[in-house]
Design a protein around this ligand. Structure first.
Ligand SMILES: *[C@@H]1O[C@H](CO)[C@@H](O)[C@H](O)[C@H]1NC(C)=O
Ligand SMILES: *[C@@H]1O[C@H](CO)[C@@H](O)[C@H](O)[C@H]1NC(C)=O
Ligand SMILES: *[C@@H]1O[C@H](CO)[C@@H](O)[C@H](O)[C@H]1NC(C)=O
Length: 479
């Protein structure tokens, strides 16, 4: 018996499953067009520029290095236009200067392509330690000023002195380009804003409403019924010991959930909702239908709850020797390193909210009530500062809405594009034009930032038409 136990203790690590933490999908990881993500950076170079750390305190002499990339393969010479792809809460990658709709614009107009990195993200981190103190210089005002300095510096080169500048941005960077055009109208002739959630909103329950609607539009009532039954069975299973064991098995959890801790349950609810969100945010025509087909023909599992657990494992690529670790403290710990995720969480606490809470309007996600505002705001308090409470977070969002005009920005020459099944469009202007010179295009069956990519065989005619329309408008601004 003793020998057996020894044997167990020596070998159990290799039998134990590898715990994996769930990543929250609040920020966007802007992967380059698929086919170019792994290719060498053809024609794309990386460079660095010096930026003041604090644009609004002239007495602070501290600088930092901001990374950018450029591609001059199409550049026609003196006075030809500059196209700047604006980086958001992610690492800039060369693939975006090798394909996509801005690449086509540069080709058609003999433009010079640039991709700027947002301060505190990617290799433009500034600080080795992201304390709340060090993150003070991470905000939209500083980031827009970085762009203004960047453009002004570029235009000091004689070849760019007469060049017109176009900005293109997706997601948070779509807000940036629109707001840049409002604040520095003299520096750019026009901007393309792809999927911009320009309304800062702390309790963003509309997000999961659109996720629900997207599955309904693509997969119909039957698909919704599968998801609803699976989530209802999950919530009901929490009531009994026997149900809890079935739940832990269906979702492949490493250890029993802490059913007494609302934050552990919030994280578990997120494992479910953030996976459905990811599927919708990255959807292309046909992708949600194939998920729904898998629900129908038991590909993910047999019981309604097993289907949800199996779907999550499949979509998130959980390997057979791994399990999900649901533990609020480990979740918080994973946010302590100076990563893009931590920087973006800081911006949600101080500027945007954007917290994807459980709706109460009859969606399949209503039962996941642990996805509360308190859950998301508690993270602000725990990983940054106890003072970052709900009132603080709401005041930050109010400030952004006050400064930039919320859903009624006064902005010229901005092409405002949305995908109808993109959950972020709920915080954008998607029903009407932004202004006389800033048209809106909202495309059915399209999702987040669809227009930025290169043409794909799954694109609908309407998607391609909007990309072309944007290119024609940009060309007219340049003529
Ligand atoms: C910051 O950069 C500016 C402009 O390049 C330079 O004049 C200044 O000396 C730099 N400050 C420090 C502290 O190096
Ligand atoms: C970062 O700052 C915190 C708070 O000041 C400190 O506790 C921690 O040790 C620092 N970490 C590193 C890697 O310097
Ligand atoms: C899924 O896992 C397989 C095997 O580990 C890996 O080759 C593949 O790249 C993963 N896919 C994604 C999307 O992570």
């Amino acid at each position: 018996m003793i020998i057996f136990l020894l044997f167990l203790s020596v070998f159990s690590p290799s039998w134990a499953k590898e715990p994996r933490l769930v990543e929250m999908s609040l920020g966007i990881d802007m992967k380059p067009p698929e086919e170019f993500s792994r290719l060498p950076a053809r024609n794309v170079n990386t460079a660095w520029t010096t930026m003041p750390l604090d644009h609004f305190d002239h007495q602070n002499p501290t600088n930092f290095s901001m990374r950018f990339m450029f591609n001059e393969q199409f550049f026609g010479g003196d006075g030809y236009p500059i196209f700047i792809l604006v980086g958001g809460e992610w690492d800039i990658l060369p693939g975006w200067l090798m394909a996509g709709n801005m690449f086509e614009m540069a080709r058609e107009n003999k433009g010079y392509q640039v991709y700027t990195e947002h301060r505190y993200y990617g290799a433009s981190k500034i600080f080795a330690n992201f304390t709340a103190e060090n993150l003070r210089f991470l905000n939209i005002d500083q980031a827009l000023a970085d762009l203004a300095y960047f453009i002004t510096d570029m235009k000091k080169q004689p070849r760019f002195a007469d060049s017109k500048v176009i900005l293109y941005g997706g997601s948070y960077a779509a807000n940036m380009v629109m707001w840049f055009k409002m604040r520095y109208p003299h520096l750019v002739v026009g901007t393309v804003a792809s999927s911009g959630p320009i309304l800062a909103k702390v309790d963003f329950f509309e997000y999961l409403e659109v996720v629900h609607e997207a599955f309904w539009l693509e997969g119909g009532e039957q698909c919704i019924a599968h998801i609803r039954q699976g989530i209802e069975e999950t919530v009901a299973s929490m009531q009994t010991e026997e149900g809890r064991r079935r739940l832990e098995q269906a979702y492949r959890l490493c250890e029993p959930l802490n059913y007494d801790n609302v934050y552990d349950l919030g994280q578990f609810s997120g494992l479910i909702s953030w996976t459905f969100s990811t599927s919708v945010q990255q959807a292309f025509p046909g992708s949600l239908i194939s998920i729904c087909n898998n629900f129908n023909d038991n590909t993910y599992g047999s019981t309604p709850m097993e289907k949800i657990g199996g779907y999550i494992a499949r979509i998130r690529n959980l390997s057979s020797n791994s399990c999900w670790q649901i533990n609020y403290q480990s979740f918080l710990d994973s946010y302590m390193l100076p990563t893009n995720s931590r920087a973006w969480y800081y911006q949600t606490c101080t500027e945007y909210g954007f917290y994807q809470t459980a709706p109460t309007s009859g969606t399949v996600f209503d039962g996941l009530k642990w996805l509360s505002l308190d859950f998301y705001v508690d993270i602000c308090k725990k990983i940054f500062d106890e003072r970052f409470d709900e009132a603080f977070v709401k005041a930050g969002a109010d400030r952004v809405n006050l400064v930039f005009g919320a859903l009624a920005p006064e902005v010229k020459n901005t092409i405002n594009i949305h995908g109808y099944i993109d959950p972020w469009r709920a915080l954008g202007v998607y029903k009407e034009d932004v202004s006389d010179t800033s048209p809106t295009y909202t495309v059915d069956r399209a999702s987040h930032c669809f227009d930025m990519r290169a043409w794909s065989s799954s694109d609908t005619i309407a998607m391609t038409a909007v990309q072309q329309r944007a290119r024609r408008i940009v060309t007219s601004w340049l003529s």
